[in-house]
Ligand binder design. Structure first.
Ligand SMILES: Nc1ncnc2c1ncn2[C@@H]1O[C@H](COP(=O)(O)OP(=O)(O)OP(=O)(O)O)[C@@H](O)[C@H]1O
Ligand SMILES: [Mg+2]
Length: 311
């Protein structure tokens, strides 16, 4: 397999950092989720993987984030919701270390991050971002796109990578598309190929680093059934490493999903952060989203034109 002459920073899935083992184990509780699988939720406050503290970010004089603060604990499945253009993707890029805040700090496992991704290597946490747009390499086949990381970095043979690519594509409901180019796929298929690329892992490695995956609108543009496949996949990849459900390998400690879709909110996350006008204006459990009396949340949940959110 030829080495790709491509800058890894353009990868749809960027994985920042590896090394170090996890140091503490959280005290966890089990929540029942609506796909009937148990989920490890964190109840310990000293097991914060990522903390954003009073983050400010402007683009060309336009202040987008104005003091965003939140924590992502070990074992959590967190959703970020909010009106379009409110800064959700910006928050994910800041968490992933692709953008630096103008003010405020990001802490990875309690340690302050300085600069961008390369500075994280001491923190022992990989942070992967699945971008909102699929961003596949146009000139590479689906197989090469999905297996990119393994072809570049792993000791796996071409046959093993091919097999793994096939399995991961099947997990997102795609079969027999390995030889196609991205231009020969529909938008929803591209999205799923990008997702397969984010979850593929090197099964020859002995130590698997804990990882936080950030998904930016993973189900946007997918039909309802494909959405369900993706929502369950996000959940199951997360469960694999922790609970030994399915094959061993992944160690997705926590994940964050930005979404506008009610099905994804209900099926794939347990806690929600609502971003509006540059701040987190509401936090709650998923089931509280539709019953909240907060006027902003109520308007968003019902899609009403009347309320504090104006377009
Ligand atoms: N690199 C950039 N340069 C200039 N403006 C930017 C940049 N990135 C984001 N913005 C602006 O910041 C605002 C927030 O963008 P962001 O993509 O974070 O919103 P979002 O909440 O993800 O929206 P959506 O739900 O539509 O995806 C928008 O007004 C956008 O135009
Ligand atoms: Mg966005």
């Amino acid at each position: 397999m030829a080495t790709f002459q491509t800058n890894a920073s353009y990868l749809n899935t960027i994985i920042t950092n590896a090394s170090l083992q996890r140091t503490t184990r959280p005290t966890t509780a089990t929540f029942q989720v609506n796909n009937k699988r148990s989920f490890r939720g964190c109840v310990s406050s000293n097991d914060v993987l990522i903390e954003c503290k009073d983050i400010y970010k402007s683009f060309e004089e336009k202040e987008i984030l104005r003091g965003v603060s939140f924590k992502i604990h070990d074992g959590e499945a967190v959703g970020i919701i909010g009106p379009s253009g409110t800064g959700k993707s910006t928050v994910l890029k800041i968490m992933a270390g692709l953008l630096t805040p103008d003010k405020g700090d990001v802490f990875i496992r309690g340690k302050k991050r300085h600069g961008l991704v390369s500075d994280e290597e001491i923190f022992g946490l990989r942070i992967g971002l699945v971008f909102q747009s699929a961003s596949l390499f146009d000139s590479l086949s689906v197989r090469e796109n999905v297996g990119f990381r393994l072809y570049e970095k792993s000791n796996m043979s071409d046959n093993e990578i091919e097999e793994s690519v096939r399995e991961n594509l099947a997990a997102v409901g795609l079969k027999g598309v390995e030889d196609r180019l991205p231009s020969e796929l529909s938008g929803g298929m591209k999205k799923r190929v990008a997702l397969a690329r984010s979850i593929i892992f090197d099964n020859t490695k002995e130590a698997i680093e804990p990882e936080v995956l950030l998904y930016d609108e993973p189900t946007a543009g997918l039909d309802p059934i494909a959405s369900t496949v993706v929502e369950d996949l996000i959940r199951s990849v997360h469960l694999k490493g922790e609970d030994g459900v399915g094959e061993v390998g992944h160690n997705i400690a926590s994940y964050v999903v930005v979404t506008h879709q009610h099905s994804t909110i209900k099926r794939a996350v347990d806690r929600l952060l609502f971003l509006h006008e540059g701040k987190v204006v509401w936090e709650g459990r998923t089931h509280e989203f539709t019953t909240s009396t907060n006027p902003i949340v109520k308007q968003f949940a019902s899609g009403s034109l009347d309320g504090p959110i104006r377009y």
